[in-house]
Design a protein around this ligand. Sequence first.
Ligand SMILES: NC(=O)c1ccc[n+]([C@@H]2O[C@H](COP(=O)([O-])OP(=O)(O)OC[C@H]3O[C@@H](n4cnc5c(N)ncnc54)[C@H](OP(=O)(O)O)[C@@H]3O)[C@@H](O)[C@H]2O)c1
Length: 308
Amino acid sequence: MKVGIIGGTGFVGSYIIDALLEAGHVPRVLVRPGSEGKLVQAERCESVAGDVSSPVALERCLQGADAVIYLIGILREFPARGITFEDSQYNGVERTVAAAQKQGVKHFVLMSANGVKPGGTRYQDSKYRAEACVKASGLEWTIFRPSVIFGDPRGKMEFCTQLQHELVKPPIPAPLFFAGLNVTQAGKFHMAPVHVKDVATAFVTALVNPSANGQTYTLCGPDALSWKAIIQTLAEASGRSGKLMLPAPADIIKLVAGVLDGHAWFPITRDQIVMLLEGNTCRDMSAWAALQIQPQAFALKNLGYLRE
Ligand SMILES: NC(=O)c1ccc[n+]([C@@H]2O[C@H](COP(=O)([O-])OP(=O)(O)OC[C@H]3O[C@@H](n4cnc5c(N)ncnc54)[C@H](OP(=O)(O)O)[C@@H]3O)[C@@H](O)[C@H]2O)c1
């Protein structure tokens, strides 16, 4: 099967390409100028140069493809440089749907995120509307909504390496966020990190499993852990057990982030704090059985890449 990939030079995309090749498929990847070196197994992939803003590049990428996987997403906007949630996570999907329709691509697989909703943060709202766009396309579709994704980022940053870098390594206590004045709840919100290889297997399985057509799958790891337990695990995996942690009022940090989060050096955005406090766990774990995958645990044995 020939599979167009939009956003294949990133962290998750690299594992999806590995899984596609392993299953005998041919990835055709849209690669932005300057990102050629980020493409894994480049000699085994077809690549098309271009940006998601270009309908011509998208059509070239999808010509003759049986399916398309859309992965582009951002965590922070830089409107002055034209980098917005609306453009990356909604307009890009709309353009890719149009290119897929024109090229007769059968199946659209969309990377969304757990917790997307209308009227949520701009990240959540743009992804929610992108889901609606794919569902209304008339194409076969499958949507994935993963929790935070972990796994060796191969020189990039993912959930764990970012927390290790910003919260575990610095010689200051790690923050246990709490909403309002609810200090007894500090660090008690839960997340269920999911392994990147399980996410990649899910995407590739969905391509060949007819029952995945018309499904929205949430993908969470087998364990829901509190923020505090996650930081403790990351500290242990980094050889820094006993890391000091202190309650941190989210409202004050949100105020500061609201002023500074247009700067890449500020570690967290206002919306990221909002989404952290919402938690990131799945009520529905049926995707794993449907796709016959046994998800890996967020445990030291799978966090060896954090060892210093
Ligand atoms: N990582 C997580 O914990 C997590 C959790 C839930 C959902 N997701 C979703 O999963 C998806 C992939 O995440 P990731 O962690 O792999 O992100 P990533 O490493 O930042 O990769 C993003 C990809 O999008 C590409 N891209 C961005 N803007 C583009 C543009 N204008 N034109 C063409 N390509 C563009 C990037 O290309 P370049 O290489 O050229 O920059 C890269 O290939 C996102 O939609 C994200 O929201 C991620």
